[in-house]
Design a protein around this ligand. Sequence first.
Ligand code: ASP
Ligand code: MG
Length: 411
Amino acid sequence: MAIVVQKYGGTSVGDVTRMKRVADRVAATHRAGNQTVVVVSAMGDTTDELVTMAEKISDLPPGRELDMLLTAGERISMSLLAMALHMLRIPAKSFTGSQAGIITDATHGRARIVDITPGRITGALEEGNVVIVAGFQGVSQDTKDVTTLGRGGSDTTAVALAAALGADVCEIYTDVDGVYTADPRVVPNARKLDQLTFEEMLELSAQGAGVLQARSVEFGRNHGVPIHVRSSFSFQPGTWIVNEEDIMENAIISGVAHDTQDAKVTIQHVPDQPGVAAKLFSGLADAEINVDMIVQNVSEAGATDISFTVPRADATRNRALLLGLAEQIGAAGATVDDAVAKVSLVGAGMKTHPGIAARMFAALSEAGVNIEMISTSTIRVSVVVAASDVELAVQAVHDAFGLADAPVAIP
Ligand code: ASP
Ligand code: MG
Protein backbone atom coordinates (compact mmCIF):
# COMPACT_ATOMS: atom_id res chain seq x y z
CA MET A 1 0.00 0.00 0.00
CA ALA A 2 1.44 3.35 -0.98
CA ILE A 3 1.41 6.26 1.45
CA VAL A 4 0.37 9.50 -0.24
CA VAL A 5 0.50 12.92 1.40
CA GLN A 6 -1.58 15.62 -0.30
CA LYS A 7 -1.58 19.29 0.63
CA TYR A 8 -4.36 21.64 -0.44
CA GLY A 9 -3.72 25.38 -0.38
CA GLY A 10 -6.09 28.14 0.67
CA THR A 11 -7.62 28.71 -2.78
CA SER A 12 -8.26 24.98 -3.26
CA VAL A 13 -10.35 24.91 -0.08
CA GLY A 14 -11.54 28.52 -0.52
CA ASP A 15 -15.27 27.84 -0.11
CA VAL A 16 -17.63 25.00 0.67
CA THR A 17 -18.06 23.96 -2.96
CA ARG A 18 -14.31 23.75 -3.45
CA MET A 19 -13.96 21.88 -0.19
CA LYS A 20 -16.38 19.24 -1.53
CA ARG A 21 -14.37 19.00 -4.72
CA VAL A 22 -11.22 18.40 -2.68
CA ALA A 23 -13.10 15.69 -0.77
CA ASP A 24 -13.92 13.97 -4.10
CA ARG A 25 -10.26 13.95 -5.06
CA VAL A 26 -9.17 12.68 -1.66
CA ALA A 27 -11.86 9.99 -1.78
CA ALA A 28 -10.58 8.82 -5.18
CA THR A 29 -7.03 8.57 -3.81
CA HIS A 30 -8.29 6.57 -0.81
CA ARG A 31 -10.44 4.27 -2.96
CA ALA A 32 -7.46 3.58 -5.22
CA GLY A 33 -5.97 1.80 -2.21
CA ASN A 34 -3.56 4.43 -0.88
CA GLN A 35 -3.01 5.31 2.75
CA THR A 36 -3.92 8.97 2.41
CA VAL A 37 -2.82 11.88 4.59
CA VAL A 38 -4.19 15.31 3.72
CA VAL A 39 -2.70 18.58 4.96
CA VAL A 40 -4.91 21.65 4.62
CA SER A 41 -4.35 25.40 4.66
CA ALA A 42 -6.85 27.89 6.02
CA MET A 43 -9.76 28.69 3.67
CA GLY A 44 -9.07 31.50 1.18
CA ASP A 45 -7.82 34.67 2.86
CA THR A 46 -8.66 33.52 6.38
CA THR A 47 -5.11 33.90 7.71
CA ASP A 48 -4.80 37.46 6.34
CA GLU A 49 -8.19 38.34 7.82
CA LEU A 50 -7.18 37.00 11.23
CA VAL A 51 -3.92 38.99 11.11
CA THR A 52 -5.88 42.15 10.24
CA MET A 53 -8.23 41.65 13.18
CA ALA A 54 -5.30 41.15 15.55
CA GLU A 55 -3.67 44.33 14.25
CA LYS A 56 -6.88 46.28 14.82
CA ILE A 57 -6.82 45.23 18.46
CA SER A 58 -3.12 45.42 19.25
CA ASP A 59 -0.02 47.26 17.98
CA LEU A 60 2.10 44.32 18.94
CA PRO A 61 0.07 41.14 19.42
CA PRO A 62 1.91 38.70 21.71
CA GLY A 63 3.40 35.92 19.57
CA ARG A 64 1.77 33.22 21.64
CA GLU A 65 -1.70 34.67 21.19
CA LEU A 66 -1.22 35.44 17.50
CA ASP A 67 -0.28 31.79 16.94
CA MET A 68 -3.34 30.66 18.92
CA LEU A 69 -5.47 32.83 16.65
CA LEU A 70 -3.89 31.92 13.30
CA THR A 71 -3.92 28.16 13.91
CA ALA A 72 -7.71 28.39 14.13
CA GLY A 73 -7.86 28.92 10.35
CA GLU A 74 -6.47 25.50 9.53
CA ARG A 75 -8.66 23.91 12.18
CA ILE A 76 -11.77 25.10 10.34
CA SER A 77 -10.55 23.56 7.08
CA MET A 78 -9.57 20.21 8.55
CA SER A 79 -12.86 19.56 10.31
CA LEU A 80 -15.00 20.64 7.34
CA LEU A 81 -13.00 18.38 5.03
CA ALA A 82 -13.46 15.45 7.42
CA MET A 83 -17.24 16.09 7.38
CA ALA A 84 -17.25 16.23 3.58
CA LEU A 85 -15.46 12.87 3.46
CA HIS A 86 -17.95 11.35 5.89
CA MET A 87 -20.72 12.42 3.51
CA LEU A 88 -18.91 10.35 0.84
CA ARG A 89 -18.82 7.41 3.29
CA ILE A 90 -15.05 7.64 3.69
CA PRO A 91 -13.81 7.26 7.27
CA ALA A 92 -11.74 10.34 8.08
CA LYS A 93 -10.24 11.92 11.18
CA SER A 94 -8.76 15.37 11.54
CA PHE A 95 -5.87 16.31 13.83
CA THR A 96 -4.30 19.60 14.89
CA GLY A 97 -0.55 19.93 14.40
CA SER A 98 -0.06 19.24 18.08
CA GLN A 99 -2.22 16.09 17.96
CA ALA A 100 -0.36 14.98 14.84
CA GLY A 101 2.95 15.11 16.73
CA ILE A 102 4.51 18.08 14.95
CA ILE A 103 7.06 19.16 17.55
CA THR A 104 8.73 22.55 17.06
CA ASP A 105 11.03 24.98 18.82
CA ALA A 106 9.41 27.83 20.76
CA THR A 107 9.81 30.64 18.20
CA HIS A 108 6.30 31.99 17.66
CA GLY A 109 5.48 33.02 14.10
CA ARG A 110 8.30 31.08 12.48
CA ALA A 111 8.88 27.95 14.48
CA ARG A 112 11.08 25.17 13.14
CA ILE A 113 10.00 21.55 13.21
CA VAL A 114 12.44 19.65 15.44
CA ASP A 115 10.72 16.27 15.53
CA ILE A 116 7.62 14.45 14.35
CA THR A 117 6.00 11.74 16.46
CA PRO A 118 3.21 10.57 14.15
CA GLY A 119 1.83 7.79 16.36
CA ARG A 120 -1.77 8.99 16.16
CA ILE A 121 -1.54 9.42 12.41
CA THR A 122 -0.22 5.93 11.74
CA GLY A 123 -2.78 4.55 14.18
CA ALA A 124 -5.65 6.28 12.39
CA LEU A 125 -4.31 5.18 8.98
CA GLU A 126 -4.13 1.56 10.13
CA GLU A 127 -7.77 1.77 11.19
CA GLY A 128 -8.55 2.64 7.56
CA ASN A 129 -9.06 6.38 7.95
CA VAL A 130 -8.10 9.20 5.70
CA VAL A 131 -6.05 11.38 8.04
CA ILE A 132 -6.40 15.15 7.80
CA VAL A 133 -3.81 17.36 9.45
CA ALA A 134 -4.00 21.12 10.06
CA GLY A 135 -1.07 22.70 8.22
CA PHE A 136 1.24 25.48 9.36
CA GLN A 137 1.28 24.55 13.07
CA GLY A 138 2.93 22.52 15.76
CA VAL A 139 3.59 22.52 19.46
CA SER A 140 6.73 23.64 21.24
CA GLN A 141 8.71 20.97 22.98
CA ASP A 142 9.74 23.38 25.75
CA THR A 143 6.76 25.64 26.38
CA LYS A 144 4.00 23.22 25.25
CA ASP A 145 2.45 26.19 23.47
CA VAL A 146 0.99 26.10 19.98
CA THR A 147 3.32 27.53 17.32
CA THR A 148 3.10 28.45 13.62
CA LEU A 149 5.71 27.70 10.96
CA GLY A 150 5.69 31.03 9.08
CA ARG A 151 3.46 32.10 6.20
CA GLY A 152 3.05 29.36 3.64
CA GLY A 153 3.99 26.85 6.33
CA SER A 154 1.45 24.20 5.34
CA ASP A 155 3.82 23.16 2.55
CA THR A 156 6.40 22.37 5.21
CA THR A 157 3.89 20.45 7.34
CA ALA A 158 3.09 18.31 4.30
CA VAL A 159 6.63 17.53 3.19
CA ALA A 160 7.87 16.98 6.75
CA LEU A 161 5.01 14.57 7.41
CA ALA A 162 5.70 12.79 4.14
CA ALA A 163 9.31 12.39 5.26
CA ALA A 164 8.34 11.13 8.73
CA LEU A 165 5.84 8.63 7.31
CA GLY A 166 8.15 7.46 4.52
CA ALA A 167 5.51 8.50 1.97
CA ASP A 168 5.97 7.68 -1.71
CA VAL A 169 5.08 11.19 -2.81
CA CYS A 170 4.05 14.56 -1.42
CA GLU A 171 1.51 16.21 -3.71
CA ILE A 172 1.13 19.97 -3.31
CA TYR A 173 -2.22 21.05 -4.76
CA THR A 174 -2.45 24.71 -5.62
CA ASP A 175 -4.20 27.14 -7.97
CA VAL A 176 -1.50 27.02 -10.67
CA ASP A 177 -0.48 24.11 -12.91
CA GLY A 178 3.02 23.82 -11.48
CA VAL A 179 6.29 25.71 -11.31
CA TYR A 180 6.90 28.10 -14.21
CA THR A 181 10.08 29.43 -15.81
CA ALA A 182 9.02 32.86 -14.49
CA ASP A 183 5.95 34.41 -12.92
CA PRO A 184 3.35 34.18 -15.74
CA ARG A 185 1.86 37.51 -14.60
CA VAL A 186 5.15 39.16 -15.54
CA VAL A 187 6.20 36.93 -18.42
CA PRO A 188 3.10 35.86 -20.39
CA ASN A 189 4.99 33.19 -22.35
CA ALA A 190 6.54 31.58 -19.28
CA ARG A 191 6.53 27.80 -19.57
CA LYS A 192 5.47 25.18 -17.05
CA LEU A 193 8.44 23.03 -16.01
CA ASP A 194 7.99 19.24 -15.93
CA GLN A 195 10.87 18.67 -13.53
CA LEU A 196 13.28 20.54 -11.29
CA THR A 197 15.98 19.49 -8.85
CA PHE A 198 15.54 20.15 -5.14
CA GLU A 199 18.50 22.55 -5.31
CA GLU A 200 16.92 24.57 -8.11
CA MET A 201 13.56 24.74 -6.35
CA LEU A 202 15.27 25.74 -3.12
CA GLU A 203 16.97 28.66 -4.90
CA LEU A 204 13.77 29.69 -6.69
CA SER A 205 11.73 29.58 -3.47
CA ALA A 206 14.36 31.49 -1.52
CA GLN A 207 14.52 34.11 -4.30
CA GLY A 208 10.83 34.93 -4.39
CA ALA A 209 9.00 32.17 -6.29
CA GLY A 210 5.95 31.94 -4.04
CA VAL A 211 4.77 28.50 -5.05
CA LEU A 212 6.46 26.57 -2.18
CA GLN A 213 7.81 27.55 1.22
CA ALA A 214 11.60 27.12 0.97
CA ARG A 215 11.77 25.08 4.14
CA SER A 216 9.47 22.45 2.65
CA VAL A 217 11.92 21.95 -0.21
CA GLU A 218 14.73 21.51 2.33
CA PHE A 219 12.78 18.68 3.96
CA GLY A 220 12.18 17.09 0.57
CA ARG A 221 15.84 17.24 -0.28
CA ASN A 222 17.12 16.07 3.10
CA HIS A 223 14.77 13.09 3.20
CA GLY A 224 14.48 12.31 -0.51
CA VAL A 225 10.70 12.91 -0.71
CA PRO A 226 9.62 13.62 -4.30
CA ILE A 227 7.33 16.66 -4.40
CA HIS A 228 4.67 17.02 -7.09
CA VAL A 229 3.31 20.58 -7.41
CA ARG A 230 0.03 20.50 -9.35
CA SER A 231 -3.34 22.14 -9.79
CA SER A 232 -6.35 21.10 -7.74
CA PHE A 233 -8.55 22.35 -10.58
CA SER A 234 -7.33 19.86 -13.22
CA PHE A 235 -5.94 16.35 -13.52
CA GLN A 236 -2.87 17.36 -15.56
CA PRO A 237 0.53 16.41 -14.20
CA GLY A 238 2.32 19.40 -12.70
CA THR A 239 6.00 19.88 -11.81
CA TRP A 240 8.05 17.17 -10.11
CA ILE A 241 10.82 18.19 -7.73
CA VAL A 242 13.30 15.38 -7.48
CA ASN A 243 16.97 14.49 -6.99
CA GLU A 244 19.39 15.50 -9.71
CA GLU A 245 19.93 11.81 -10.69
CA ASP A 246 16.23 11.47 -11.45
CA ILE A 247 16.06 14.37 -13.89
CA MET A 248 15.19 13.20 -17.41
CA GLU A 249 15.76 16.33 -19.45
CA ASN A 250 18.81 18.33 -18.54
CA ALA A 251 18.19 22.03 -18.96
CA ILE A 252 21.03 24.43 -18.21
CA ILE A 253 18.71 27.11 -16.92
CA SER A 254 15.40 26.44 -15.18
CA GLY A 255 13.91 29.78 -14.40
CA VAL A 256 13.96 33.40 -13.34
CA ALA A 257 12.62 34.42 -9.93
CA HIS A 258 12.04 37.92 -8.67
CA ASP A 259 11.52 39.39 -5.27
CA THR A 260 10.30 42.86 -4.37
CA GLN A 261 10.29 42.37 -0.60
CA ASP A 262 13.84 43.52 0.11
CA ALA A 263 15.39 46.91 0.81
CA LYS A 264 18.96 48.01 0.18
CA VAL A 265 20.78 49.51 3.14
CA THR A 266 23.97 51.52 2.62
CA ILE A 267 26.31 52.34 5.47
CA GLN A 268 28.30 55.35 4.30
CA HIS A 269 31.93 56.15 4.79
CA VAL A 270 32.83 53.16 6.92
CA PRO A 271 36.41 53.21 8.28
CA ASP A 272 38.38 50.61 6.28
CA GLN A 273 39.85 48.70 9.23
CA PRO A 274 39.84 45.07 10.41
CA GLY A 275 36.87 44.21 12.62
CA VAL A 276 34.48 46.88 11.40
CA ALA A 277 32.39 44.61 9.18
CA ALA A 278 32.32 42.01 11.93
CA LYS A 279 30.94 44.58 14.37
CA LEU A 280 28.32 45.82 11.92
CA PHE A 281 27.01 42.39 10.93
CA SER A 282 27.11 41.04 14.51
CA GLY A 283 24.84 43.93 15.45
CA LEU A 284 22.43 42.93 12.68
CA ALA A 285 22.60 39.26 13.65
CA ASP A 286 21.85 40.09 17.28
CA ALA A 287 18.71 41.88 16.12
CA GLU A 288 17.84 38.73 14.09
CA ILE A 289 17.99 40.63 10.81
CA ASN A 290 18.62 38.30 7.90
CA VAL A 291 21.18 39.85 5.56
CA ASP A 292 21.26 38.65 1.97
CA MET A 293 23.58 40.34 -0.53
CA ILE A 294 26.59 42.34 0.67
CA VAL A 295 28.77 44.67 -1.38
CA GLN A 296 31.76 46.63 -0.13
CA ASN A 297 32.99 49.40 -2.37
CA VAL A 298 36.58 50.31 -3.17
CA SER A 299 38.16 52.14 -0.31
CA GLU A 300 38.96 55.83 -0.81
CA ALA A 301 40.96 57.78 1.75
CA GLY A 302 40.59 55.00 4.32
CA ALA A 303 36.81 54.78 4.12
CA THR A 304 34.34 52.71 2.12
CA ASP A 305 30.59 52.25 1.62
CA ILE A 306 29.01 48.92 2.57
CA SER A 307 25.63 48.03 1.06
CA PHE A 308 23.47 45.01 1.84
CA THR A 309 19.92 43.82 1.32
CA VAL A 310 17.54 42.83 4.10
CA PRO A 311 13.80 42.09 4.21
CA ARG A 312 12.06 45.45 3.79
CA ALA A 313 10.03 45.04 6.97
CA ASP A 314 13.25 44.53 8.95
CA ALA A 315 14.78 47.70 7.48
CA THR A 316 11.70 49.79 8.29
CA ARG A 317 11.39 48.40 11.79
CA ASN A 318 15.09 48.87 12.58
CA ARG A 319 15.97 52.32 11.21
CA ALA A 320 17.15 53.50 14.63
CA LEU A 321 19.27 50.39 15.10
CA LEU A 322 20.90 50.89 11.68
CA LEU A 323 21.78 54.49 12.46
CA GLY A 324 23.09 53.46 15.87
CA LEU A 325 25.31 50.74 14.39
CA ALA A 326 26.66 53.17 11.79
CA GLU A 327 27.58 55.57 14.56
CA GLN A 328 29.19 52.83 16.67
CA ILE A 329 31.57 51.82 13.88
CA GLY A 330 32.43 55.42 13.03
CA ALA A 331 30.56 55.55 9.72
CA ALA A 332 28.96 58.71 8.35
CA GLY A 333 25.39 57.40 8.28
CA ALA A 334 22.92 54.85 6.95
CA THR A 335 20.40 55.07 4.13
CA VAL A 336 17.58 52.70 3.22
CA ASP A 337 16.40 52.29 -0.39
CA ASP A 338 12.99 50.59 -0.56
CA ALA A 339 12.62 50.90 -4.31
CA VAL A 340 14.75 47.92 -5.26
CA ALA A 341 14.03 44.41 -6.54
CA LYS A 342 16.06 41.25 -6.89
CA VAL A 343 16.10 39.19 -10.08
CA SER A 344 17.63 35.71 -9.97
CA LEU A 345 18.52 33.27 -12.71
CA VAL A 346 18.60 29.64 -11.51
CA GLY A 347 19.82 26.49 -13.22
CA ALA A 348 21.72 23.36 -12.21
CA GLY A 349 23.63 23.44 -15.51
CA MET A 350 25.45 26.61 -14.44
CA LYS A 351 27.89 24.47 -12.49
CA THR A 352 29.38 23.17 -15.73
CA HIS A 353 28.57 25.93 -18.23
CA PRO A 354 30.62 29.11 -18.28
CA GLY A 355 29.33 32.43 -19.57
CA ILE A 356 25.86 32.36 -17.99
CA ALA A 357 26.41 35.50 -15.89
CA ALA A 358 27.88 37.34 -18.89
CA ARG A 359 24.81 36.51 -20.98
CA MET A 360 22.48 37.64 -18.22
CA PHE A 361 24.29 40.95 -17.73
CA ALA A 362 24.35 41.57 -21.49
CA ALA A 363 20.57 41.05 -21.65
CA LEU A 364 20.06 43.53 -18.82
CA SER A 365 22.33 46.06 -20.44
CA GLU A 366 20.50 45.78 -23.78
CA ALA A 367 17.25 46.38 -21.92
CA GLY A 368 18.81 49.47 -20.34
CA VAL A 369 18.59 48.06 -16.83
CA ASN A 370 21.27 49.15 -14.39
CA ILE A 371 22.68 46.51 -12.02
CA GLU A 372 23.15 47.77 -8.46
CA MET A 373 24.41 44.61 -6.77
CA ILE A 374 25.37 41.08 -7.78
CA SER A 375 25.58 37.82 -5.88
CA THR A 376 25.95 34.21 -6.97
CA SER A 377 25.79 30.62 -5.78
CA THR A 378 26.92 27.61 -7.80
CA ILE A 379 23.52 27.43 -9.51
CA ARG A 380 22.24 31.04 -9.25
CA VAL A 381 23.08 34.55 -10.37
CA SER A 382 21.13 37.35 -8.64
CA VAL A 383 21.13 41.07 -9.29
CA VAL A 384 19.54 43.99 -7.50
CA VAL A 385 17.87 46.51 -9.82
CA ALA A 386 15.56 49.48 -9.40
CA ALA A 387 12.04 48.34 -8.49
CA SER A 388 10.70 50.17 -11.53
CA ASP A 389 12.86 47.97 -13.80
CA VAL A 390 11.90 44.60 -12.34
CA GLU A 391 9.41 43.44 -14.99
CA LEU A 392 11.62 44.57 -17.84
CA ALA A 393 14.59 42.80 -16.27
CA VAL A 394 12.74 39.51 -15.74
CA GLN A 395 11.42 39.56 -19.31
CA ALA A 396 14.82 40.38 -20.79
CA VAL A 397 16.58 37.58 -18.92
CA HIS A 398 13.79 35.08 -19.68
CA ASP A 399 14.09 35.96 -23.38
CA ALA A 400 17.88 35.87 -23.45
CA PHE A 401 17.91 32.24 -22.31
CA GLY A 402 14.99 31.20 -24.53
CA LEU A 403 13.12 29.88 -21.51
CA ALA A 404 9.75 30.04 -23.26
CA ASP A 405 10.92 27.38 -25.72
CA ALA A 406 11.70 23.73 -25.12
CA PRO A 407 14.50 23.13 -22.61
CA VAL A 408 18.05 23.98 -23.59
CA ALA A 409 19.61 20.52 -23.57
CA ILE A 410 23.09 20.01 -22.17
CA PRO A 411 25.10 18.54 -25.05
N1 ASP B 1 -2.61 29.66 6.21
C1 ASP B 1 -1.20 29.93 6.31
C2 ASP B 1 -0.83 31.12 5.44
O1 ASP B 1 -1.68 31.70 4.80
C3 ASP B 1 -0.35 28.76 5.99
C4 ASP B 1 -0.45 28.25 4.58
O2 ASP B 1 -1.41 28.52 3.88
O3 ASP B 1 0.45 27.54 4.15
O4 ASP B 1 0.31 31.50 5.41
MG1 MG C 1 1.18 28.56 -0.24
